[in-house]
Design a protein around this ligand. Sequence first.
Ligand code: G6P
Length: 515
Amino acid sequence: MLADQSDHQVAVPREGYDFVVVSNRLPVDRDVDENGDSTWRRSPGGLVSALAPVMAKHDGAWVGWHGAPDETLEPFDHDVFHLVPVGLSELEVKRYYEGFSNATLWPLYHDVIAPPEFHRTWWYAYRRVNERFARMAAETAAPEATVWVQDYQLQLVPRMLRKLRPDVTVGFFNHIPFPPTEIYSQLPWRKAVLEGLTGADLIGFQRPGDAQNFQRCVRKFLGVRFTNGAAEFTEATLADAAASSSAPGRAASDREDGRTSWTVHAAAYPISIDVEAIRELASNPATKKRAREIRQELGDPETVYLGVDRLDYTKGILHRLKAYGELLEDEKLSVENSALIQVASPSRERVESYIQLREQVEGIVGRINGQFDTMANTAVRYLHHGYPFEEMVALYMAADVMLVTALRDGMNLVAKEYVAAKQDRSGTLVLSEFTGAAEQLKQAILVNPHDIDGLKEAMLHARDMPGSEAKKRMSSMRRQVLTHDVVDWSQRFLEDLASYGGQSVGSDTNDRNAQ
Ligand code: G6P
């Protein structure tokens, strides 16, 4: 077991870091060679690219789990990052990560598509691990530093950190949806989680609707009303809420953080992608060549449909496959004329609902292929792997129709990546209205993925759309994505956070090329 220290304020480190990011995972992946030696590689993804220049400029550190259980690592440096690994025991991985984060909060926050499970042992582990992250952040941050906590795995950290280090400014960004009150109410620890979040000076959400849901929950369960996105918190407010909470949280008398009142801001900051990285790859002749090869390998069909998702029940992969199978059955599509590539990258593979989903997806792919394949053609190319980003961009460039049919998704960055990769403005995007991205990509063909007939029509409409209209729509979506990249997102959030009391952290445009 990895032990936690007791819950006192920590000494302010004299040599701390001015900007600290805290997320469940560190922004690096480990490669182990045949001699057992490990090397680290920067993880792909927009968040990491967006924050790298900020880290480089502001003496930044990143606190997170390095991905392996029962292993304690010392802090180390890798490219622009000072990395502070947080250890998790095998049991904590089961209870905090697979359990409370991904079998309680994840389904609860995604419209209960899968039933959330509520277990007290998972909650205790979540609280204990959040405390560990908060303590690591508190020991890493310089006096009056800015600390930016990421995502649903760490919702208790803002309040815990404020308590340990009242001098720091705390931001929080929720990458996933925030559910409506009626659903959120199911959580037995609903007050304690809100209390945790409202330790932040600024809480960012993907959509205005998520920020509103959060504000309503705070009103209902903590009795505090937001006005124009801001609410005043005092020790007394939280003490009242905790006193009437059934949660086994801390007693009100434990709160001695010195800052007895603070303003919490809650607003939408829709995240985006690393447009520059995609622009470079999409302009590279090697990627263009690979895109042509992919089409050839598929036998040059008229229409290439593409789905790219983590294998997650929120992504609507079954709905998409059902619609595609029916279109083949109806002879609206044929295996000679069209191909569906479904990349489903492995995810959370020990969590029961993910195990079940994999069986269902593989069952339906098997049935469709068994029914429609010929010696020469395959109906669905199902790829249960992760791919390097170059290959993903080549796939986007090769695809005529991108299918994003999520049943609920905080944002969906695949939709934005597809648009960014289409430099020739070809291609159409079928996009679920239940994604955050649908609020920005209004020129996509918007669908309700539960309506299988509607989805089938949209898939044909996407194929048959006249080139001029498709180009017009793609141009308009590209304007949106290209002018709102992930660097703008982080700058907007950090500027607002600074204006709410913290020191200024940000990167300027020149830093973008410095990575
Ligand atoms: C979503 C979450 C992230 C998470 C990612 C991958 O995008 O918002 O916080 O890191 O999924 O999931 P994993 O459980 O593998 O970290």
